[in-house]
Design a protein around this ligand. Structure first.
Ligand SMILES: NC(=O)c1ccc[n+]([C@@H]2O[C@H](COP(=O)([O-])OP(=O)(O)OC[C@H]3O[C@@H](n4cnc5c(N)ncnc54)[C@H](O)[C@@H]3O)[C@@H](O)[C@H]2O)c1
Length: 374
């Protein structure tokens, strides 16, 4: 048996999803919807999806069990509620919502209907991060205690043809990039209990640099540089910087330090990449020359890309077990990001009260290209 999938939002990221979802034998993509019907039709044709049209038409298809919501953050919750009201499970792009109340409404509606809501990122399920998680769980750095992460770039208006949403409520590097790095931190350390932060806007107006609207300027209404200090319930701490302000790109800088070693993880915005392990042991005998070289750890596991989480959701529903990229995890990460925004406005640390359990690791031999659902 294959699980029927529909996709709403045929924009930039839908191409990556469709390229993968159409290759997983457990899934069958049946419909692409968008408010722009031509765009939906073009995407459906590009990937051999048999039907396209409006959200209402998609939701009327009884063969669709999971709907992938790739619309904009400002309407994620509204579209999720529509999907749930039609009796279908949700996979939503991040962030789950732009405020905690909407996230709660979505999770409550799912619970009341006996349906699931799973949310991006699914990069945490990729071989790169899962291999690093296994090394940490195996004690390779001792007890993990602190982390440093940073992602800096000049901003997505260089390549996104409609980038305004990334500079307005629900966006900024904190809500756009934060989910990848914060979900990874929560997976490693458990829930965040307190956040301190500063945020700033470097350039209040930006100009679209690519696509048919190149040259159009737009207003920036949320911080484009956010620096956070995070405290976790278990006593760990982390610092995280998210910025659309830097001409010096730093993608996916993510390091975890433990009692006996440190590990450099691959970029949490990617599915692949090796890790580098440094141990205190390797410094023994160091005399000021020849620094130890780190051990490179090659990734083991699936590297297919966006859509892995949708497949995990389908398999988890069939098996009656929790999906890994849960809505509860996404809602906690949203709480952390909103607490950071509040902390930077108030100039004081803000407590985070929601709690969530870290998701189960993915088995190294988990194969997206195997048919598992009978
Ligand atoms: N672009 C990326 O590289 C990228 C990467 C990862 C995640 N995402 C996330 O994916 C989501 C979409 O991003 P994008 O870059 O594809 O945006 P986009 O603007 O290119 O596409 C969004 C699409 O959603 C449609 N849409 C908007 N509101 C709708 C509604 N109410 N009903 C039906 N369709 C609607 C729009 O017409 C548009 O075609 C965002 O949440 C973003 O954070 C984007």
């Amino acid at each position: 048996m294959t699980v029927g999938v529909g996709l709403i939002g045929a924009g930039v990221i839908s191409a990556q999803y469709l390229a993968n979802l159409t290759t997983f034998p457990d899934l069958e993509v049946r419909f692409v919807a968008d408010i722009d019907l031509d765009r939906a039709k073009a995407r459906a044709e590009e990937f051999g999806v048999p039907a396209s049209g409006t959200t209402e038409q998609l939701l009327a298809d009884d063969g669709i069990a999971i709907v992938v919501n790739l619309t904009l953050p400002s309407v994620h919750a509204e579209v999720d509620l529509q999907i749930l009201a039609a009796g279908k499970h949700v996979w939503s792009e991040k962030p789950i919502a732009t405020n905690a109340e909407d996230a709660r409404r979505v999770l409550d509606a799912a619970e009341a209907a006996g349906l699931r809501v799973a949310v991006a990122p699914d990069t945490v399920l990729g071989a790169g991060l899962q291999t690093a998680f296994r090394a940490i769980a195996d004690g390779r750095i001792g007890a993990p205690q602190t982390a440093t992460t940073m992602v800096l770039n000049p901003g997505p208006e260089r390549w996104h043809p409609a980038p305004e949403f990334l500079f307005q409520a629900g966006g900024g590097p904190l809500l756009d990039l934060g989910p990848y790095y914060l979900t990874t931190l929560v997976t490693l350390f458990g829930p965040v209990v307190r956040v301190s932060a500063v945020g700033s806007i470097g350039r209040p107006e930006r100009v679209i640099e690519s696509g048919p609207r190149a040259g159009t300027s737009f207003e920036v209404t949320v911080p484009t540089h956010s620096a956070l200090l995070l405290e976790f319930g278990g006593g760990a701490s982390a610092q995280a910087t998210f910025s659309f302000e830097s001409a010096l790109p730093r993608s996916g800088f993510f390091e975890v330090t433990g009692t006996t070693g440190a590990i450099v993880l691959p970029d949490p915005n990617m599915f692949d990449g090796e890790s580098a392990l440094w141990t205190l042991e390797s410094w023994k005998g160091y005399t000021g020359q020849d620094r130890p070289t780190p051990e490179q750890i090659e990734p083991v596991g699936p590297t297919s890309g966006r859509g892995l989480g949708v497949l995990d959701l389908a398999r988890a529903i069939a098996a009656g077990v929790p999906e890994r990229a849960s809505g509860a995890l996404a809602a906690h990460v949203l709480d952390v990001m909103l607490a950071a925004a509040e902390a930077s406005e108030q100039g004081a640390a803000v407590a985070v009260t929601s709690r969530v359990a870290a998701p189960e690791p993915l088995p190294a031999d988990w194969n997206p290209y195997e048919r598992t659902l009978e």
